[in-house]
Design a binder for this molecule. Sequence first.
Ligand SMILES: Cc1cc2nc3c(=O)[nH]c(=O)nc-3n(C[C@H](O)[C@H](O)[C@H](O)COP(=O)(O)O)c2cc1C
Length: 389
Amino acid sequence: MIAAPLQLGPLRLASNLLLAPIAGYCDLAFRTIVREWSTHPGGVGIGVGLACTDLLSPQGLLRGTSSSLDLAATNDFDKPVGMQLYGSDPEIMAQGARWAVEHGSTLVDINMGCPVDKVTKKDGGSKLLTDLNRAVSIAARVVKELEACSLSPEEWSRRLGNASLPVPAARLPVPLTCKMRLCWSDADYHAGTACSPHLARMLADVGVVGVTVHGRTTEMKFSGEVQLAGIARVVESVNGQIPVIGNGDVREAPDAVRMIRETGCAGVMIGRGALSTPWLFRDAWALQATGITPPPPPECEIIESVRRYLNLMVQYRGEHYAMVQIRRRMTWFAKRLMTTDSRGRIVGVKPLKEAIRNAQTPSEVSVRLDEFLAGGLRGGAYEPEAAEA
Ligand SMILES: Cc1cc2nc3c(=O)[nH]c(=O)nc-3n(C[C@H](O)[C@H](O)[C@H](O)COP(=O)(O)O)c2cc1C
């Protein structure tokens, strides 16, 4: 069995599985759902070890803009939690990190992988892979700031949020991780000159406690297949100095095990797979711990989870936000809701998705979910890849 909890600096997680930041998706309501599925009785009581906020603008946090504050919202159940910052100015990133510590984060992460123009045009995200000195100077400055606002053991206990996790005995800083891609260009990757192995070592030398590597180049964006060999090169390069967390294309529990086996990574971060399968962490940990993947949850439990997710969004962000989200999110949940008819053919849930898209209020969504549970709103072809980001 390969189940080994991940150690990130002073932080020992319950598992080696992390929920990825996915801008526009991994809000407090969704992180709560993922945490709830983790302790679902179908598994062994453990699932996600750490969940991360979507990327946050330090300027937005420092100015207190409502959109940034909404994205950074957390609570006592939502622990341990990483807050991810993006940007290119070491001083502003340091102030953002201090803000994160003062507002409940258990870990701070720097985004060095985002390929989106809005971020890279301002030299943030994966643009940092083209300027390693800047990337390292940001990390070094943030580490220094985190050291200046270390947490007491009592505060650590709150930030861990799980009674079974060991609490540091002395004042210790919140740890810093960085999330990167293999490198910017495909040509560099194929020539064997990807910067990630080198960058990971430099980051470890300035006090970063772990790196996540999405096994694609920036130029690949989300196309092609994740390059496990590229992640393995980073693992080899850091040579145990810090843990490497592999990321990319984990959709089923065996994908996580394969990533660990083929790359030697110490942890696995899961993004899109969790959007359709929020119980994937339960499955991936159970598979590692027992060799057996639990059976999928029954349809009625998936529907109750959708309802709970909707209610949490209403509670945290209000009805308008909840309705906008549930309409787009239903496509992801629907991936696990198809059934088979009496002749063994796959039956999709297009009518349910349409009914929810047309619903005007959360209570109307709830009525549609009940109709589905009663056997209605089924039919149409199953559309497996309709919602890939
Ligand atoms: C819509 C979308 C938004 C994303 N937002 C972020 C983000 O805010 N920060 C980040 O580090 N990565 C972000 N990512 C990348 C994911 O965290 C992850 O690295 C990538 O999706 C590969 O992992 P997966 O195949 O498990 O999804 C995003 C990906 C998608 C599809």
